[in-house]
Design a protein around this ligand. Structure first.
Ligand SMILES: C[S@@+](CC[C@H](N)C(=O)[O-])C[C@H]1O[C@@H](n2cnc3c(N)ncnc32)[C@H](O)[C@@H]1O
Length: 222
């Protein structure tokens, strides 16, 4: 079952921001190879958040070949630093190549390995973070960065409503049926654990937006 009606999906797709030439190439590659990217609707939200936050330090957990990062790059401040992480060396090489072509490679750091280890090797605070790595490790990743987000900064998590998760049981769980998660996969339980963690932290305000695969946007307010 799709979370959106066919009509809603068509409407959102038709009104989504347009790809530039390189993004269109990336999206075509993703389509041909069945690679899961965040897509233009959620990408447009990343761009808007980066712009509104005047983001200067952005960090991605799970960058693939760099598609979502191109949206961050479109919205971030001119003097921003963007950190990509990916444990697949080939994908990271592709990201590097695409970013060379966008002219943004000099403001981008490409880190190969486990994002949760790599983030510890980067000093300082962040004003925008994307979680798009293993879903069962989102809560762990939030724990690692929650104190490192500036007030006014934002963390975004992808695949909240779609992807490798069982959305029906997750919807039942959201209304209080804890047992609905019994027998679901680790990714579904990971999304539930993440939503619990981020919503329980009084310093963050969270809203789920049903664009793309469903994203949870959590803004640090204190
Ligand atoms: C859904 S894809 C990312 C797509 C990308 N954010 C986009 O929208 O263009 C998830 C990526 O995260 C990588 N990944 C998963 N867990 C990771 C981890 N712990 N550290 C680094 N990369 C990871 C996978 O290899 C995969 O390329």
């Amino acid at each position: 079952m799709d979370i959106l009606t066919d009509e809603t999906r068509r409407f959102l797709a038709a009104t989504a921001p347009e790809h530039d030439e390189i993004q269109a190439e990336m999206a075509a590659y993703a389509e041909q190879n069945g690679f899961p990217i965040i897509g233009p609707e959620a990408g447009g939200v990343l761009r808007m958040l980066a712009n509104l936050a005047n983001a200067k330090r952005l960090f991605e957990f799970g960058s693939g070949f760099g598609y979502s990062a191109t949206w961050f790059a479109k919205g971030m401040a001119d003097d921003a630093e963007l950190f990509l992480t990916e444990h697949d060396a080939d994908e990271l090489d592709m990201a590097r190549d695409f970013f060379e072509r966008t002219g943004l490679a000099d403001r981008t750091t490409f880190l190969e390995g486990d994002a949760l280890e790599l983030v510890e090797q980067v000093d300082g605070e962040f004003d925008l973070v994307l979680f798009d790595h293993q879903k069962h490790r989102y809560a762990e990743a939030f724990d690692v960065v929650r104190d490192r987000i500036e007030v006014g900064g934002v963390v975004v998590a992808d695949n909240i409503m779609r992807g490798p998760i069982d959305f029906g049981p997750l919807a039942d769980w959201s209304e209080g049926a804890a047992e609905a998660l019994d027998g679901t996969n680790a990714d579904t339980r990971g999304i539930a654990a993440y939503l619990d963690a981020v919503r329980a932290d009084p310093r963050y305000e969270t809203i789920v937006l049903p664009v793309g695969n469903g994203i949870a946007v959590s803004s640090r307010v204190e």
